[in-house]
Design a protein around this ligand. Structure first.
Ligand SMILES: Nc1ncnc2c1ncn2[C@@H]1O[C@H](COP(=O)(O)OP(=O)(O)OP(=O)(O)O)[C@@H](O)[C@H]1O
Ligand SMILES: [Mg+2]
Length: 326
């Protein structure tokens, strides 16, 4: 059986709608109108132990809501979730000790305390044996290079330092399953890379199951073989990242700068014109025709510059978000 399975999960929020203006306020006071927001709308997937899955989608897609359901923070409207044999919203103690939810946007440390003090509190809360606590803390502090800042008040730390402390706090109880909700948000490139390699290490070393959400495609590219794309609360794609990328890299873009103004008649016959102004042209061409079309252009025109581009993962993914098709 899969480590984690989600079946027909939905989470709908009832949002109270207020009419505009004073009259509206008064009307709304007597007759409340509600709208339903389908944050998560009938999604199903399952994840095996040790998998590191990228959960991606635009703002408001339903990612955080799903992770909150998975960690038992909120109650689903309908559907079933089974993680390690537990139903998350039962909030079984053993279950909560096996998982962790790390939110890049929200601190779970006490701001006025140094991180170390928070860790000691977590140790008590999770009943972590002294030996285990010391060993894990040592490992994590070394891995994340944190020694210097453990005793500094959290509010005085930089965003990246705080994020590292945050990760440690959430990993002290050695969870087998991690829900990482934008763990690299707002961090500089170097810090993003550090967190990324830490996540990769943790996944390998403990064979931990990880779901990661991020708006940075580099995180996803470097860490996840499998991605689940969600938008408007529905799953658009669940499968390998490579497959989705190669499917969308069937087309390449050829950009040309001509020496002299030219017409587009002949170019039109060879590919789809994406832009053309007489001197600059961009053509979209099927992968297997690139050589022939390039050869033709170079032999027929005098060309100052010609480049062939593959679509970037960012472009592919945002194309999927907006077309609702994979
Ligand atoms: N407590 C709530 N009450 C009402 N609506 C909510 C609540 N939480 C989330 N929503 C709505 O549910 C939808 C999904 O929100 P969610 O936070 O899951 O998106 P997300 O994919 O995590 O987006 P982002 O990338 O911006 O973090 C949004 O339309 C949001 O407004
Ligand atoms: Mg979110």
């Amino acid at each position: 059986m899969a480590t984690l399975s989600v079946s027909h999960l939905s989470k709908h929020f009832r949002i109270y709608k207020k009419e505009a203006g004073l009259a509206g306020s008064i009307r709304s006071f007597f007759k409340r109108t509600y709208e339903t927001s389908k944050a998560v709308d009938d999604i199903s997937f399952s994840i095996e132990q040790g998998e590191l899955v990228g959960f991606i989608g635009p703002n408001g897609a339903g990612k955080t809501t799903t992770l909150k359901c998975l960690s038992g923070l909120i109650y689903p409207t309908s559907g079933e979730i089974n993680v390690l044999g537990y139903t998350p919203f039962d909030r079984n103690h053993e279950y909560l000790r096996s998982i962790s939810l790390v939110m890049g946007q929200k601190s779970q440390l006490w701001w006025d305390l140094p991180a170390m003090e928070s860790y000691l509190l977590y140790k008590e809360m999770y009943d972590i044996p002294e030996m285990h606590f010391k060993k894990t803390l040592d490992e994590l502090v070394t891995l994340l290079d944190l020694k210097e800042i453990l005793h500094v008040q959290v509010r005085k730390l930089s965003l990246g330092q705080r994020m590292k402390c945050e990760l440690v706090a959430q990993l002290l109880h050695s969870p087998k399953i991690l829900f990482l909700d934008e763990p690299t948000i707002g961090l500089d490139i170097v810090m993003q890379q550090k967190i990324r390699s830490f996540v990769r290490e943790y996944n390998k070393k403990y064979n931990a199951t990880i779901i990661l959400t991020s708006h940075y495609m580099d995180d996803v590219k470097e860490l996840c073989k499998r991605i689940i794309i969600i938008n408007h609360g529905r799953i658009l794609y669940d499968g390998s990242l490579d497959a989705v990328v190669s499917k969308h890299t069937q087309l390449k873009k050829i950009s040309i700068i001509f020496e002299k103004p030219t017409t587009q008649d002949e170019l039109e016959k060879r590919g789809k014109i994406l832009s053309f102004d007489g001197i600059n042209a961009t053509l979209e061409v099927n992968k297997d025709k690139v050589a022939a079309v390039t050869g033709y252009i170079l032999s027929q025109y005098s060309v100052i510059d010609l480049t062939i581009e593959e679509p970037q993962i960012e472009e592919i993914i945002s194309g999927i978000f907006s077309s609702s098709k994979v």
